[in-house]
Design a protein around this ligand. Structure first.
Ligand code: APR
Ligand code: PHB
Length: 390
């Protein structure tokens, strides 16, 4: 088989890149290791920056998001038993975010791809990348016991943190930066109304908690947990009790509990691999970087990576210019590092760190106090939360 771009991974990065390339008249094939059902079973954050909303509109998959998504002009920070609203809309000159689950974004992109008759090969095993340092890269995979080869001009590594793309780059060509946090998030999805119409991020001596939502009838809640915690050890009741203990009295009173639809533990990590281009191989999304979920930047970063990549590849074919390809890595990394900083800062502010003594806790309390009482500090937070300009 021959195609212009072989995309590895059908998560949001790979699917959005496929859609952007299709609109630019560039031919692409997506190879995905799992089934569509498995891909859709992963529950992840659900806050879209305006830039991401615009990209989804641009590729024509925004209709359901605008119908079902919730536009939020603010969020709340809770500590010391009280809540403080960060008025994103007011502080950023009218900007907001869209609360719409990553699962739904993936679903919409998958449906549009299938409707356009574009090729996605699911359950592709033993995917391997070849000759991307030359002019004619190739990708091999096994499907139903037979080995296949795709000849292409470019390979887009959109295969997430554990994918094969980053692992195919010679170790000496890659520099990585990492911080692993000493806790995880235990998350529950439930068909219960959210605690409030906006998200509540809570700092508490027992640990961080987040009240989020997917709709006005479906909630997503998290509590900070220890790294050796196991989901099996958390009954739904134990989760709700722990969440209630951490919330401010009004939120605890408003909390409606119910059976979980999904329950999982995610570790928290900051990670960046540099550069993001090796000859004709590009890394995008979680394949190149991870942010801790505090602030929900992961999907938004993935979306801007593939927007830059889509334009760079289109420019290569349409204008015979490699300027976008040559600047891809640098352009992405500037935005990525700023989002890494914000996610690391928000994580550091809101969680209980096992090794932090009384001084560290006082610093967190003083910073929270400053944050909600200073227009300058609130504005800095709000402009990062809605997303820095491209
Ligand atoms: N071959 C083919 N596909 C693979 C391989 C492989 N060797 N390894 C992994 N994959 C697939 C995974 O099964 C997954 O469907 O690549 C896809 C990568 O998807 P994601 O992990 O969702 O990564 P990405 O598309 O970059 O999305 C970034 O996901 O983790 C969140 O916060 C993050 O929201 C952000 C988004
Ligand atoms: C979520 O809804 O899953 C979510 C929302 C905001 C975050 C993280 C996760 O910061």
């Amino acid at each position: 088989m021959r195609t212009q771009v072989a995309i590895i991974g059908a998560g949001p990065s790979g699917l959005l890149l496929g859609a952007l390339l299709h609109r630019a008249g560039v031919d692409a094939v997506i190879l995905e290791a799992r089934t569509p059902e498995y891909v859709l079973g992963r529950i992840r954050a659900g806050v879209l920056e305006q830039v991401t909303v615009d990209l989804l509109d641009q590729v024509g998959v925004g209709a359901r998001m605008h119908r079902e998504g919730l536009v939020h002009g603010g969020f709340e920070l809770a500590f010391g038993g009280a809540r403080h609203r960060i008025d994103m809309h007011g502080l950023t000159g009218g900007k907001s975010v869209m609360v719409y689950g990553q699962t739904e974004v993936t679903h919409d992109l998958m449906d549009a791809r299938a409707a356009a008759g574009l090729t996605t090969i699911y359950e592709a095993a033993q995917v391997s990348l070849h000759d991307f340092d030359g002019a004619q890269p190739r990708v091999r995979y096994v499907k139903d016991g037979a080995t296949h080869e795709i000849a292409c001009d470019f390979i887009a590594g959109c295969d997430g943190f554990h994918g094969v793309s980053r692992a195919s780059v010679p170790a000496g060509a890659l520099q990585t930066f990492e911080r692993v946090y000493p806790f995880g998030w235990l998350g529950i999805l439930s068909d219960t109304p959210p605690v409030s119409h906006e998200l509540i991020y809570t700092h508490h001596e027992r640990g961080f908690a987040l009240c989020s939502m997917r709709s006005m009838t479906r909630s997503r809640h998290y509590v900070q947990c220890s790294l050796d915690d196991k989901v099996e050890n958390w009954s739904d009741d134990a989760f709700w009790d722990e969440l209630r203990r951490r919330l401010d009295p009004a939120a605890a009173e408003a909390l409606v509990t119910g059976p979980s639809i999904e329950k999982s533990i995610a570790p928290l990590r900051s990670f960046v691999a540099e550069p993001m281009r090796f000859g004709r191989l590009f890394l995008a999304g979680d394949a190149a970087h991870i942010v801790p979920p505090t602030g929900a930047k992961g999907l938004n970063l993935a979306a801007t990576d593939v927007s830059y990549l889509g334009s760079a590849i289109a420019e290569h074919y349409q204008e015979k210019s490699d300027a976008g390809i040559d600047s891809y890595s640098q352009r992405c990394l500037r935005r990525i590092w700023r989002a890494e900083r914000f996610s690391w800062w928000f994580t550091s502010l809101m969680h209980r760190f096992p090794e932090t003594g009384a001084f560290g806790q006082k610093m967190q309390a003083a910073e929270l106090d400053y944050l909600v009482n200073s227009v300058a500090a609130s504005t800095a937070m709000a402009e990062n939360y809605v997303g820095l300009p491209l």
